[in-house]
Design a protein around this ligand. Structure first.
Ligand code: SAM
Length: 288
């Protein structure tokens, strides 16, 4: 069965979303673009060629170029040269939507600045899939991508998000998920509603829901594999169940008393003066 049409494409850059698991999650328009573009560029050329093969999209003798975080500076001029020759260039990242925790931002921005048409064949993205199934509010959400690897940087990044009135979405690796949820339970408060969505659209898809404490406990007793999205609902309690002292201790590990107080006051809604006093005391106690 041939699911695509070969069409004459207008010149320009086409971002193409690809499946995040199940190969059939690709739009007919995405296949048309892959079948018709003059030039194909991909974060992982092997996986894109395989996807095209699965869907019966012939490559012919069209150029296929790798474009990823490590060669972007070198490859952008080459791709711009194709665009300046009036060619259509399709770009796909390894899975899901390009630019969403994936390469493509610098490429799209440069193409736009240089006056070329930029469009997309939208499709799967793990952030949207997780929001769709997790049962947490979707009217406002903040995609926070991957947290930093280093412990302090990760905790400080979380502190900045504690008081955001939106569902927070994180991408996380199975290696760090246990520590991430433990930190989140401490900094956001164990009673916050949350969800962990794993292996979306794949055979072992699951979506665990509960409070941050429950999820942290669950994950500490089990080894999780695969790809993971974590969602944390906004704080709905008036009194706030965040552990200000824990936030402050964490912030003080990398920030001055003044900056840490500012960050925690903002995150918690507490008066800055009170937080500053608490920070001074913590600092004094840590030196005795
Ligand atoms: N561009 C992709 C998108 O639109 O979702 C994201 C690419 S990012 C490099 C990969 C991360 O996305 C994974 O580590 C995981 O956190 C999340 N992810 C991708 N596919 C997933 C899936 N099938 N199930 C759960 N999370 C997924």
């Amino acid at each position: 069965m041939v699911n695509h049409e070969v069409k004459s494409l207008a010149p320009g850059l086409y971002f193409v979303a690809t499946p995040i698991g199940t190969a059939r999650d690709i739009t007919l328009r995405a296949l048309d673009i892959l079948a018709s573009a003059d030039v194909i560029a991909a974060e992982d050329t092997r996986s894109l060629k395989r996807l095209m093969e699965i869907h019966g999209v012939p490559l012919g003798d069209r150029p296929v170029l790798a474009y990823h975080d490590h060669n972007g500076d070198r490859m952008r001029p080459r791709l711009m040269a194709y665009l300046s020759d009036g060619k259509s260039v399709a770009y796909a990242s390894e899975a899901g939507t390009p630019l969403i925790a994936d390469p493509g931002f610098d490429l799209g921005r440069l193409a736009r600045v240089e006056g070329y048409a930029v469009t997309a064949a939208p499709g799967p993205s793990a952030v949207i899939d997780a929001l769709t199934i997790a049962g947490l509010p979707t009217d406002r959400f903040l995609f926070a991508g991957f947290l930093p690897n280093a412990k302090n940087a990760r905790r400080n990044a979380m502190i900045e998000l504690v008081d955001i009135p939106a569902t927070l979405v994180f991408y996380e690796s199975p290696k760090r998920i246990s520590q991430m949820l433990a930190d989140a339970a401490e900094l956001f408060g164990g009673n916050r509603e949350a969800a962990l969505c794993r292996e979306l659209t794949k055979k072992f898809e699951e979506c665990l829901t509960g409070t941050l404490s429950e999820l942290a406990q669950h994950v500490s007793e089990r080894t999780l594999k695969g790809e993971i999205v974590v969602l944390i609902a906004r704080n709905t309690t008036d009194e706030g169940d965040v552990d200000i002292e824990a936030m402050l201790k964490s912030a003080l590990e990398t920030m001055s008393v003044r900056d840490a107080s500012e960050a925690v006051a903002q995150a918690s809604g507490e008066k800055k003066r009170n937080i500053y006093q608490m920070a001074l005391k913590l600092q004094k106690d840590s030196k005795t």
